[in-house]
Design a binder for this molecule. Structure first.
Ligand SMILES: *Cc1c(COP(=O)(O)O)cnc(C)c1O
Ligand code: SF4
Length: 348
C-alpha cells in the first residue's frame, strides 16, 4: 500500500531526525510514496538517492523566501489549465495528482492540491483555445501525472483533443513508470493505440537515477516504444541524487540501452521548499562539461535552466565560442587549446 504519512512510513523503515521533523506547514507538498518506489528505496541508508527524492525532510520547511511560481506559469495561463508561454507549444495541466510526490517538484503550488482533475468543461475550453491558436504545434499533457486519470477519462481527453486538433503532437508526460508501472495495463495501452492517428505522441519520462530503471519500469516504457511512440527523458539535477558525472553517465546509457533518448537535464528551479535538493550551477556546468567528454552525442542530455521570472528555457554549456577576431572565429577545443574558423566572406 502507498504510504502517505510519517507514522506509516516509520513502521516500514527507520527515519532520520531530519525526516521525522518534517511538518506540513507553509507551501509544503503532501507526502505520497508508492509501493514500487518503496520497493527500491534502501531503507537502511538515509542518504539513498531514491529516498532523497521521495521522503520529505525538515529542510522543505525552511522558508527560503523563494517563489512558488518562479516560471510565472500562472501569468501565462490562458485557460484554467493551459499554459501558453512559447508560441508554438503549450502545456495542459490535466490533473494535480501523482502516484508519488517528488520532493523537488517545481509545480508544487499545484500538485497534490484539491484542484484535482480536468473537467469536461475545461477540456472543451482547452480544445477551443487550440482550435483558435493554429500556431500551437505541440501540447504537453502534464500536471500532476496524466496517468492518474482513469482509462475512461484518458480515453475521453484524447478523443476530445484529437478531434479538436489531430495535427498537434501531444507529449505524454509521466513519472508513473517509476511510481506505478502496474498502471500500464493492456487496456490502457489499447486506448493510447486507438488515438494514434494524426500527429504522433511523444513519451516524456523523468528518470533521475539509473536505479529507477527497474525491470517493471523498463517493460512499461517498452510497450509504448513498441507501439511506435518515441521516448525521451527529462531528468532534474538533484543534490545527493544524481549530481555526479559517474551517475549521469550511467543514467544516460541505461536510458539509451532502453531506447529512451536523454533529452533534458534540468537545473533546479527556484521553488520554495526545494533549495536543499538543488545542485549549484557551478557544479552543474562542471558535470555538463565532463559528461560531454564521456558520452556520445545521442547519450548527451541538454543541461537546461528555466529562467526565473518566466524568462524561458536556456541550454547551458561550457562557452566554446571565444569570439570573432579579424574575420576569424576563435573556438575552444574540448580536448586542448583553441582553433580558428573563418567567418564566411560574403563578397566572394
Ligand atoms: C518546458 C515547457 C514546454 C516545452 O518546452 P521544450 O523545450 O519544447 O521541451 C512547453 N511549455 C511550457 C510552459 C514549458 O514549461
Ligand atoms: S511526478 Fe512530476 S508533477 Fe508529480 S510530483 Fe513528481 S515532478 Fe511533480
Amino acid at each position: 500500500m502507498a504510504v502517505s504519512n510519517l507514522e506509516e512510513l516509520e513502521k516500514i523503515m527507520p527515519l532520520s531526525e531530519d525526516e521525522k521533523k518534517w511538518r506540513e506547514i507553509g507551501p509544503s507538498l503532501s507526502m505520497l510514496i508508492s509501493d514500487h518506489i518503496l520497493s527500491i528505496i534502501d531503507k537502511n541508508d538515509p542518504a539513498d538517492p531514491i529516498r532523497r527524492e521521495f521522503v520529505p525532510t525538515r529542510f522543505e520547511n525552511i522558508g527560503s523566501g523563494e517563489s512558488i511560481d518562479p516560471l510565472m506559469e500562472v501569468e501565462h495561463s490562458r485557460t484554467e489549465r493551459l499554459i501558453h508561454r512559447y508560441s508554438n507549444r503549450a502545456a495542459l495541466l490535466v490533473t494535480s495528482r501523482c502516484f508519488a510526490y517528488c520532493r523537488h517538484c517545481f509545480r508544487r503550488r499545484f500538485t497534490s492540491n484539491d484542484d484535482g482533475k480536468i473537467s469536461k468543461e475545461e477540456i472543451r475550453e482547452a480544445s477551443n483555445y487550440l482550435k483558435e491558436h493554429r500556431e500551437i504545434r505541440e501540447v504537453l499533457l502534464t500536471g500532476g501525472d496524466m496517468f492518474t486519470l482513469s482509462d475512461d477519462e484518458i480515453d475521453y481527453l484524447l478523443r476530445e483533443l484529437k478531434s479538436a486538433r489531430e495535427d498537434i503532437i501531444y507529449r505524454l508526460c509521466t513519472r508513473a513508470f517509476l511510481s506505478a508501472p502496474e498502471r500500464f495495463t493492456p487496456s490502457l495501452l489499447a486506448i493510447i493505440k486507438r488515438h494514434m492517428h494524426g500527429a504522433p505522441f511523444l513519451l516524456m519520462c523523468q528518470f533521475n537515477h539509473p536505479r529507477e530503471l527497474t525491470e517493471k519500469a523498463v517493460k512499461a516504457v517498452s510497450s509504448f516504444i513498441d507501439m511506435g511512440i518515441p521516448a525521451f527523458n527529462q531528468a532534474v539535477l538533484l543534490e545527493g541524487v544524481n549530481d555526479s558525472v559517474d551517475v549521469q553517465e550511467e543514467l544516460s546509457y541505461a536510458l539509451l540501452y532502453n531506447r529512451i533518448k536523454p533529452y533534458y537535464l534540468f537545473q533546479g528551479d527556484l521553488v520554495d521548499g526545494t533549495a536543499h535538493l538543488r545542485c549549484s550551477l557551478r557544479k552543474g556546468l562542471e558535470i555538463e562539461k565532463d559528461l560531454r567528454k564521456r558520452v556520445s552525442g545521442v547519450a548527451m542530455p541538454q543541461y537546461t535552466i528555466d529562467l526565473p521570472e518566466g524568462g524561458g528555457k536556456v541550454v547551458l554549456t561550457e562557452n566554446y565560442v571565444l569570439g570573432l577576431k579579424d574575420g576569424m572565429w576563435q573556438i575552444k577545443s574540448p580536448f586542448q587549446g583553441k582553433r580558428d574558423y573563418p567567418e564566411k566572406d560574403e563578397s566572394v
